[in-house]
Design a protein around this ligand. Structure first.
Ligand code: 9G3
Length: 566
């Protein structure tokens, strides 16, 4: 490709609205341009990378025996009503009407569509197991699109669905996908971990997320420092035995704590440790008020609250909702003398607190020497807090540490939820009708590209792993006005293409500084600079990753490149 007519507009400076490196560099290197909030175009260079990643995914999916198909982005509302999900997803599900007023969704995922196809076309155990996949644009109206293509509203996803006749078969299909994902992310040059995860509203049992390790990741991985335990903090079980102190139980007292709202404020003001404090947070769990109690030094885990109530939606109460139910503002909430309609649940650590401190449900007041059972009632104790660094690992081996991660893949054992709801049945060996057992498996393709940039860049630009680089080689004549340079660059451009390399030729009449800056920004693995020694047939090869340079004669150029691209 000739850069003089190539659409790869570079930017010298960081766009002001781009918060993370991958977003900045994908804009600066001309890979993407925003169309509207959370919606992006891929310019030629960006599309090439996207397709490289897609092809790695395709190869590994096909290797497992999965079959590619393509489903529509437009899905009829009836399918979503049949699965029961039309009303589960709120504004995140993008809805539209046709000219007859019929309702549709822009597909955020394809469980309903695939299950319907398989229901109509597959009827016997003889056709199973079967895994189908597609690579297609998905739509989700994110509350807060950000970080460029890392959290966008239209994005490219590989979604796969497995259909089995028994649970052992599902385990096998799941493991095949898990292994394929491991190969895919390895080939993309990513440093990642597979971690235990929450299956969310989709339902199901086993599930793992593939996390790219990165400080900008929106998920926290809790892992053991001495075993291979790793889980999303959302589900990491707390395995701690809390011991009640034998201090003497004292009389409860309400004390003034003017302006002291935070846990830290109150602990300092009353000169008690945060471990004595009972943090009370009001949640609305499927429209019902629930007061959740955790120790002052702990954090509520709302996924665990959701599972405790088997709820669809758990949200922190707003200030207005809090005033309505508790008659006080957040900061002074407590479990004493509550409205009858409020359910109180507590983390297990609360059970062990003697002479604790909680909000008095009155402005600027806290209650001290409160004791569970005597001063307030708890409907249920459960593990409701986030695991902390330093906690024992749930598998009993070692201590928990945290790392941040970007979720690039997710594999789920679904079971029969969708096949039962939509009637995907098969006849087994004994002629008995059974629901198919399903798994589903996703890769965020556009997000994977951004994650690669997060892990592969330096201060000058992107440093593509050769497996996903948009081109293999950047041929850069320093001065296009020098006839010998121009001729040699053209000659190498042709010979390298003949040798089956994908080559970008910077044939622009730009200053050398501009060309080199753009080359570093693009980050192709090898730069071939054609300069002063062109008349001797000698060029300078630069390895983008290490910065090392070497003079190479044109006759041994192909050999040199083969050695370095691997
Ligand atoms: C929706 C909306 C958002 C969603 C979903 C549905 C996430 C939804 C989970 C999945 C599960 C798997 C196939 C590939 C692998 C992941 N966000 N999920 O179901 F309507 Cl608005 O998508 N799907």
């Amino acid at each position: 490709m000739r850069q003089s007519t190539y659409l790869a507009p570079t930017l010298r400076d960081n766009p002001s609205d781009a918060e993370v490196k991958s977003h900045q560099l994908m804009l600066r290197a001309g890979l993407i341009r925003q169309s509207t909030s959370g919606v992006y175009s891929y310019l030629p260079l960006g599309l090439k990378v996207l397709q490289k990643v897609e092809n790695i995914i395709r190869e590994e999916m096909n290797r497992t025996g999965a079959q590619e198909l393509l489903m529509p982005a437009i899905q009829p509302a009836e399918l979503w009503r049949e699965s029961g999900r039309w009303d589960v997803y709120g504004p995140e599900l993008m809805r539209l009407n046709d000219r007859h007023g019929r309702e549709f969704a822009l597909g955020p995922t394809h469980e309903e569509v695939i299950t319907t196809i398989v229901k109509d076309e597959v009827h016997s155990y003889k056709k199973l197991p079967m895994t189908l996949y597609q690579i297609q644009n998905k739509f989700r109206d994110e509350r807060r699109p950000r970080f460029g293509v890392l959290r966008s509203r239209e994005f490219l996803m590989k979604d796969a669905y497995s259909f089995d006749s028994n649970t052992e078969g599902l385990d096998e299909s799941y493991n095949k996908m898990y292994d394929a994902y491991t190969r895919i992310f390895t080939r993309c040059g990513l440093d990642f971990r597979a971690v235990e995860a929450d299956s969310g509203a989709i339902g199901g049992t086993d599930t793992h997320e593939f996390m790219v390790l990165s400080e900008i990741g929106e998920d926290t991985i809790a892992y053991s420092d001495s075993s291979d335990y790793a889980a999303n903090i959302e589900i990491a079980e707390v395995n701690v035995t809390y011991v009640k102190s034998n201090e003497e139980v004292k009389d409860v007292e309400v004390v003034a704590t003017p302006g002291q709202k935070s846990i830290q404020d109150v602990a300092t003001f009353l000169n008690v440790s945060e471990e004595k404090l009972i943090k009370s947070l009001l949640f609305i769990v499927d429209d019902k008020p629930v007061l959740v109690l955790v120790r002052g030094d702990h954090e509520v885990n709302d996924v665990k609250v959701k599972h405790l109530f088997d709820a669809q939606l758990v949200e922190m109460a707003t200030e207005e909702e809090t005033k309505k139910w508790m008659n006080v503002i957040p900061g002074y909430l407590g479990p004493i003398d509550l409205h009858d309609d409020i359910t109180v649940v507590a983390d297990r650590a609360i059970e062990a607190i003697v002479n604790g401190v909680c909000g008095a449900n009155e402005m600027d007041k806290h209650a001290v020497n409160v004791n569970v059972g005597r001063d307030f009632k708890v409907q249920e104790f459960a593990d409701l807090r986030n695991i902390k660094q330093g906690d024992p690992s749930p598998d009993g081996i070692g201590v928990i540490q945290f790392k941040e991660g970007i979720e690039v893949g997710h594999v789920f054992k679904l079971g029969t939820k969708y096949s039962e709801a939509l009637g995907a049945m098969f006849l087994d060996e004994n002629g008995k009708n059974q629901p198919m057992i399903m798994g589903c498996y996703g890769i965020g393709v556009s997000r994977t590209v951004a994650a690669i940039v997060e892990q592969h860049h330096d201060e000058d630009g992107i440093v593509w792993p050769s497996t996903v680089s948009p081109f293999d080689i950047h041929v850069v004549p320093v001065n296009m006005k020098q006839e010998d340079q121009k001729i040699l660059a053209e000659e190498l451009y042709e010979s390298l293409k003949t040798a089956r390399f994908d080559v970008l030729l910077d044939d622009r009449p730009e200053r050398p500084g501009v060309k080199f800056k753009d080359a570093d920004l693009f980050g192709l693995p090898i730069r071939v600079t054609v300069g002063k020694k062109a008349n001797e047939g000698i060029v300078e090869c630069k390895i983008r990753k290490t910065g090392e340079t070497e003079e190479v004669h044109k006759d041994s150029l192909v050999q040199f490149i083969e050695k370095h691209l691997g």
